[in-house]
Design a protein around this ligand. Structure first.
Ligand SMILES: *Cc1c(COP(=O)(O)O)cnc(C)c1O
Length: 242
């Protein structure tokens, strides 16, 4: 059975790459403009290794402890993306291991990143998570507040906002399209207002809607289930509290 799963991971990645290529062609984009991030939360290191050996170098994790363990066990050239809910008290660990944090949404986060990075003499790259559907109980900053936070970030020396991330309300791919369009619109407006191309990244699209996200300008897609299969609760991840 494990053998089947090893085989499936490679086959799944190949199938996704074909779909990425098709979506890029449909929208006149270069394939290099879309980065595939394999979301490996709850997935054991041995399966992550299979994806790695199949050419994936970017992995997304939601829990800090789980991510730290995997960083220790897996090849050094992996770029780890933190895509989980961001807690200020976890930032000190994350900035040492994440190549990009996708889920910053308040000034307190910026203050903590700045403080920790200054101590270490490093800079951090960040995305702002936007609550694009203005949903109650969903993390992220409301669309109307994004520009203010981006402007605020310009006061900091040790961090750089590279773009925006969103998880749209649950719905079919065509229902999510308008949210992807809107995230791109917000990014373009902010760049216009700042008179710069500060924001270059749009992290949007998951297993069920990544093709639509690419058509709407995603530069990073985050795919878990379509690569590794359905997640089982209580899988590799022992502590979901962080
Ligand atoms: C789990 C997760 C994903 C991957 O979702 P799939 O539907 O399994 O592809 C993407 N983004 C975030 C923020 C996630 O938490």
């Amino acid at each position: 059975m494990a053998i089947d799963k090893f085989y499936d991971i490679g086959r799944n990645i190949d199938a996704i790459k074909v779909k990425i290529l098709d979506a890029c062609k449909r929208s006149n984009r270069s394939i290099d403009s879309v980065k595939l991030i394999a979301v490996s939360k709850t997935v054991s290191p041995e399966f992550i290794k299979v994806a790695y050996e199949h050419g994936i170098k970017d992995f997304g994790e939601n829990y800090v402890q789980e991510m730290s363990k995997k960083v220790e066990l897996l090849p050094r050239d992996i770029r780890w993306h933190f895509i989980g809910h961001l807690q200020t008290n976890k930032i000190k660990y994350l900035i040492k291991i994440a190549s990009l944090i996708h889920t910053v949404y308040k000034v307190e986060h910026l203050l903590e990143v700045e403080k920790r990075c200054e101590k270490l003499g490093i800079t951090a790259e960040l995305l702002i998570e936007v609550n694009i559907g203005n949903e109650v109980n969903k993390s992220g900053i409301p669309p109307s507040k994004v520009e203010e936070l981006v402007k605020k970030s310009l006061d900091f020396k040790y961090l750089k906002i590279k773009g925006l991330m969103c998880i749209p309300p649950i719905g079919g791919p065509e229902e999510t399209r308008k949210f992807f369009k809107n995230l791109r619109f917000i990014k373009d407006c902010i760049n216009n207002n700042l008179g710069s191309e500060l924001l270059t990244e749009l992290s949007m699209g998951m297993s069920s809607d990544f093709e639509v996200a690419i058509e709407e300008g995603a530069t990073m897609i985050r795919i878990g289930t379509a690569i590794f299969g359905e997640r089982k609760r209580g899988g590799y991840n022992e502590d979901e509290s962080n």
